[in-house]
Structures are given as C-alpha cells and as structure tokens.
Design a protein around this ligand. Structure first.
Ligand code: SF4
Length: 761
C-alpha cells in the first residue's frame, strides 16, 4: 500500500516518535531553526479554529507552541493556514479562557459562580441528568454540538442516555444543501474546481467562509485568465472582487435566476440529453415547472437583465461538462432555500457534469474504493461512537411527520427549541447539554431562546470561553483547546479517501479536559461505560483503526494518511482506465463504453437514480417535488433586507474574543449603500437602529458602494452580552436578534435574510 511506502521514506528523517524534529521543505523548521533555542518539536494535527478541519503543523519549543502552519504532508494544504488557524496559539494562551469547572452560585444568567473540582462538577452532572431521566424520561434532556467528532461523541452519549433529542448546527447552516442533495442524489457531492473552466457562484464566498484546500483551488481558478467566474451576490464580497463578472442580484432571488437558466436550456434543447435519459427520473416534471420561468420573468425578481441570463446560459452550455453551478455554502438563507438549492442541482444535472472532470462528483470513500477495486486497498475503520436508535419521538418531529418530516433525526431543528420548552409541548423538556455550541449568538431570536433556557432545570455547557450561552448554565466545563488534546481518526473523501488525526501539541494549560475524557468519565459514573469499546484515547484510536499499527503510526507522525489510489470519476473514461489498470479486478464493473455507469444507477435515492422529481416530497409538500418559483419575498413588507455572512478572520460565534483575531476585526458595522445612507441622513460611522417586528437593535453604519441600495449586510458573531468576554463585550450588532423562529419550508433551515427598517438614532 502506498502510504506504507511513504511512511518508510518519512521514517528516514524521524528520530524519535511523534515529537521528533523533522525538517519538511518549506516548513517552519526550514524557516526558524536559527533564532529559537530549546527542545524543538514538530507535531501534526488538525485545526479547529473553524469546522473545516484543515491539516496543520505546530512548532513547539520547550513545551510552548510558537508557530502554526499548514501540514505539507496534505498536498492540497501546503503550508497554508488562514488567519484564524494561525491564531490558535492566541486562543491557547488567552488569559480570558475558562480554566476550572464552574458551578452557578446565583440566579441563572446572573454571572455568579464558584469554582469546583472536576469530581464535584461531573458528579453533579451525573446526578442531575440521572434525576431528570428518572423524573421526566431521558427525552427531557437536549444535547447539542457543532458537527464533527465532538458531535459524533455527544450523539453517542445521548443515545446511551436514551434521548432522541440531539441537535447539530445543521439547521442554522447547511441543512438546505444536505436535504436537496439527499432528495436528488441520495448524498452530498463535491466540486472539481481544479478542472472546471466555468463557475457560476451564488454567494459561496470562499475567501471569507474559508476552507483552505477549497479556497486555494478557487484562488487558482479565479487567477487563471482562461477560466471564467461569474458571481451573483447582493454584496461585492471578496469572491465577487475576484470574478470576471459580478451581478448584484436582489437578495433571496437566486431561485428565479436559476429557473430562468433551466428554462433557456430546455427551450433551446441545450442540455445533455443522453445523461438525462440514462441516469435520471422526472425530467418531464421539470420541463413543466420551468415553462413560464423565462429570462424576462426573472428580470423584475432578480434585477438582472434578461439578455444576461441568455448569455450566461449559452456560455455555461459551451463550457459543459467542465462547468459548476455552485450551491454554496452561504450564510444567508431564505424560505425558498430548499427549492433554490434543488434548482441549482438541476442546472448541474442538465449540463451532464456529474462524475466528469471539472464537474461534480461523489465522495470516493474507503468502502467505495475497496468495493470497486474488489480488494482491500484502503484500511477501513470501526465506529468508536455507537448509536443505537432511540425509538422515542423527537420534540421537533424531525424525521417523523408533519412539517419537519424530511429533517434528519440526527440533526433536528434548532429554531423549534424555544417554543417546545416554553410550552412543554409535545412533552416536558427540562435539561440541555451543549458543547461548543452558542445558540444565543448563532441561532435566530436569542431573546426567546434565553427565556426558554431560563425555564430549564439543568444546563451544562462545555466551552473554552464563558460565552453568552455558558452564562445561562448550571455547570460550565472548561474544555481544552484543540492544541491540548488527542482525538480519534477522522475520515475525508474526495476523488480519493484520506484520514487525519488530531494530535496533542502541548499539555493542557490549566485544569482543562477534552470532551472525550469528559464523556467517558460521565458514562462510567452514569452506569453505561460498557457502551464504549474503549476506556481512553489510545484504546479509542486502536479500536477505530482495527488494530492497524501502521495506520496509527502514520497518523501520529504525519497527521494525515493518504493513499496512492488514482483519482476516480465514474464517467470519465481516462480515470476509469487508470483505476482498472491499477486494480484489474475492477474491470468487471465496466460497461460497454468502458465506464463505471452502474455507479449512477444504484444511488441511495428511492429509485436508485438521480431524482429530478421526488415523489415522496411532492406527496408531503405539494409543489415541492420539482423546483419551481415559490417564497421569494425576503423583506416581508419592510423597506430593506438585512443579510449576514462570515468574515475571513472570525468563525461564526466562536473567535471574536481571541486576542489576535479581535485585533484584526473587533466590530461589525452594517454595510449600507451611499444612496440609502443619504436617504436616512447617515454619515460614515453614525449610529442608527435596525428595526422589525422582532426587535430594535443599535448599529453603526459602514457606507460602501459594494452593496445594493435595498440590502444591508452584517458580519456574524458580534453583539456579545456576556461581560466575561471582556474584549468583545458590547461591540457590534447581533443580527440574530432580528430573526424570527420561522424556518424554511421542508428543510427546517433558519431564515437569515430578514426585512428591517432603518431608524435614525
Ligand atoms: S479554514 Fe482556517 S480556521 Fe478553518 S480549519 Fe482551516 S486553517 Fe483552521
């Protein structure tokens, strides 16, 4: 296996274990060996300053982290990290971090605490959670975390405890994308930015919502004069500044633009007919639904000239299949988010770009590669976080029936929480265990959420800082930062599979512990320690790797394990050819044209094919089985629409108080067009109010031509109420306070485009 070979080369330069000094070309070792003295170590791990999980390398001298950079063993990373990634050490050594467990000593939210030992804190949690279970049933306790290893762990703990009510951040972020993909392809696909020649982008701002490998691919793409990037966004974002064309589309109207593209391609017969016939169902329904969605029709909805739609449609068809109509990530969502994303997927399908170079493709997981190769090429892993299904109904009805029937039971609808707690419907909710989750900043209507939290009998928050949400807790656990903890193996799969592992860089600074240690201890105290096949992290890793010492050694040394498997695209003949040459047994899968076409006829959809029309969806939500024009009003009768998004130096609600990052961006003045500012008599930096039916929030103005006159924009994560975040306390506007608890139709996504009026202060 290729990674063993690579490991042999690697071991030539390693002297002792994971902490040995290694000079990787272009690494910190090459840069800084001269000036800094002491015991010098390089350790490879995974960044956690956001959830993109970039492989990283730390240089540690005399036990202190001195520099962080990308892990060059991950080819797509090189030595790059973003500003947040580099600032990990600033968080590690921050004097405002939580350092010991805290127990509430005053009224809830009063900010009165007493310090506790871990034994006292965990014993209290164990007693209180067991008492809630005894009195109201296990379902009375909610569990929430951001997706990632922490979420997998907490979800497993919740299932051992017996509660079905687990929440991730999905419903406040990518849930519309996940649902649209599930109903169309049965799973989510990736984008081949490297080989595309044309990208149509709807606000997927990879230069601020960062993911280093993807951002680098986009940077190369946008810098290549032979390629074309078209961005549609109400705001002149960083990616818009790198595009060949920027069209300031009206907020919330992406759907209309895409439906018009679909109309033009179908009207002119300019789509991949063979692909549609061979791999899809429901094309006739799509033809019907876009009959009237002409370029002229979309003009009044989007503000984009009909001729532009005709031209862009022709250009994309010309570039197909090396074209991508990009679905996001994006931070602004509307009620029509599901239909918008499904329409975008239809556009890709009509261009026949699936499993082709420069198009979109399925993740080639270890299991998939091994099945296709008909031999074990890539080691497979055990799941260390068992999760027996809980048959109790969820409090939000996710995955069960009603309006959230298509929402994953594993992720839930965050905006449903306040009402369920306040009304104790459909049943009693009395407790909440949150880890690194800050709904009072990142979820709509935090005022209502706070009111609901106030009603709970017991709240546990595990976090690095005393966040706004932690302020409402009964027990606050001081989590170790990612630089202080070991974790299990995480999987990643693009055209080839790979693994990565978070390795401890330095010993915990204070009394901080990792969630793995916390949960394992609690499971033991609460009598379900046997739920896990491991007792500590070394055992967890060994179990997960199925005892594969070579794999573990590679992950300890390099932080990543990749495999010398040819990149695979099932409908790209050259790619299939190379795969079959390397693994001759896989030739049995090839069709008469030499392709792995069976792959696209055995999808995880009800029909096994790509579903342009989804019958199950249509039966539950009439008119939603196929994309059509719905729900595009985002101002709800107010004069302006307030949008929000990510900044390149902060991660949602997590990093605003990190010293270095706070220095880079400490406030979020609201973007406003000069015409709008003039109409309201506002000058640069003036204070004003954003007002709607939900709230009236103070803000300052940033006047810029880079936004439509009918649109306003705020960076997320500011406007913190907690006095414990001393740097960021009271700075900026928390746009979530203006959002309603209504969620997007069918997918349950939080709606973040919201109507507001401007009131002069
Ligand atoms: S994008 Fe930046 S913060 Fe996020 S994981 Fe990568 S390096 Fe870290």
């Amino acid at each position: 296996m290729a990674y063993f070979q690579a490991r042999r080369d690697f071991l030539k330069v390693v002297t002792t274990g994971a902490s040995a000094t290694v000079l990787i070309p272009g690494s910190l070792g090459a840069l800084g060996n001269v000036a800094l003295k002491g015991e010098d170590k390089f350790i490879r791990s995974i960044c956690e300053m956001c959830s993109s999980r970039c492989p990283m390398e730390a240089r540690v001298i005399n036990g202190k982290t001195v520099l962080l950079q990308g892990n060059a063993f991950a080819k797509e990373m090189g030595t790059s990290l973003c500003a947040r990634g580099v600032a990990g050490a600033s968080q590690l050594y921050d004097t405002q971090r939580l350092v010991v467990p805290l127990i509430r000593a005053g009224k809830r939210g009063e900010n009165k605490w007493r310090e506790a030992s871990w034994d006292e804190a965990l014993s209290l949690i164990s007693t209180k959670l067991s008492a809630l279970k005894e009195r109201y049933g296990a379902r009375s306790v909610l569990f929430s975390a951001k997706t990632g290893e922490q979420y997998d762990l907490l979800r497993s703990f919740a299932s051992a405890f017996g509660s079905p009510n687990v929440f991730s951040h999905w419903s406040s972020c990518p849930i519309a994308i996940e649902s649209a993909f599930e109903h169309t392809f049965g799973e989510k696909l990736h984008r081949d930015f490297e080989n595309a020649t044309y990208i149509l982008n709807f606000g997927h701002n990879l230069f601020e919502g960062l993911d280093i490998p993807l951002t680098k691919a986009m940077a190369h793409f946008s810098a290549n004069p032979s390629k074309k990037l078209v961005v549609l966004d109400p705001r002149f974002s960083v990616i818009a500044s790198k595009a060949n064309e920027w069209h300031p589309i009206k907020a919330g109207s992406d759907l209309a633009f895409v439906l018009a593209l679909l109309h033009v391609w179908i009207r002119d017969g300019k789509y991949d007919k063979k692909f549609i016939e061979q791999y899809t169902i429901g094309f006739d329904k799509l033809v019907d639904s876009v009959k009237e969605t002409t370029p002229q029709w979309q003009q009044s909805l989007t503000g984009i000239d009909a001729k532009v739609v005709e031209r862009i449609a022709a250009e994309i068809y010309e570039a197909a299949p090396r074209c991508i109509i990009d679905w996001g990530h994006k931070a602004t969502t509307t009620k029509a988010e599901y239909q918008r994303t499904r329409a975008i997927l239809m556009a890709n399908i009509l261009m026949g770009n699936v499993e082709k170079e420069g198009g979109i493709y399925f993740a080639k997981t270890a299991e998939r590669i091994n099945t296709l190769a008909k031999e074990m090429i890539v080691p497979e892993l055990n799941d260390p976080y068992p999760r027996p299904r809980i048959h109790e109904p969820r409090m939000d009805g996710a995955g069960e029936g009603g309006k959230h029937r298509f929402v994953s039971r594993s992720h839930g609808v965050l905006t449903a929480i306040p009402e369920a707690i306040l009304s104790q419907t459909p049943y009693e909710i009395k407790g909440w265990f949150l880890t690194r989750h800050n709904p009072l900043i990142t979820v709509a209507h935090p005022q209502k959420m706070k009111e609901a939290m106030d009603q709970l009998e017991f709240i546990v928050v595990n976090d690095i800082y005393l966040s706004d949400t932690a302020m409402m807790a009964d027990v606050v656990l001081p989590e170790s930062t990612y630089l202080e903890r070991d974790e299990g193996i995480s999987k990643s799969a693009f055209k080839t599979p790979s693994y990565a592992m978070r390795n401890r860089i330095v010993e915990p600074m204070h009394q901080n512990r990792s969630l793995i240690e916390i949960i394992r201890d609690l499971a033991e105290r609460m009598g379900f320690g046997s739920h896990y096949a491991w007792k500590n992290i070394p055992e967890l890793r060994a179990y997960q790797a199925k005892g594969n010492a070579e794999l573990l050694q590679t992950l300890l040394m390099r932080g990543v394990a990749s495999f010398d498997v040819p990149p695979l695209l099932a409908l790209q003949s050259s790619s299939v050819e190379s795969f079959c040459e390397r693994y001759p047994k896989s030739s049995g899968w090839r069709d008469s044209q030499g392709l792995f076409s069976h792959f696209l006829n055995h999808l995880k959809t009800p029909s096994g094919k790509i579903e342009m029309y989804c019958d199950e969806v249509e039966r539950a939500f009439s008119g939603y089985g196929v994309p059509r024009a719905v729900d595009m009003d985002v101002t709800q009768g107010f004069a302006y629409v307030l949008t929000s998004g990510k900044s390149a130096v902060h991660t949602n609600g997590h990093t605003q108080n990190v010293p270095y990052l706070h220095m880079l961006l400490s406030d979020n003045p609201i973007w406003m067009n000069p015409l709008t500012a003039k109409a309201h008599g506002l000058k640069q930096g003036d204070t004003f109010y954003l007002q709607n039916d939900i709230s009236k929030e103070k803000a300052t103005v940033f006047i810029t031509e880079g936004i439509r006159p009918d649109t306003l924009f705020a960076y997320m994560g500011f406007g913190r109420d907690t006095p414990q975040l001393k740097r960021t306390h009271g700075k900026g506007t928390n746009a979530s306070k203006l959002l309603s608890l209504e969620s997007a139709t069918l997918c349950g996504a939080m709606i973040t485009n919201v109507g507001v009026n401007i009131i002069k202060a």
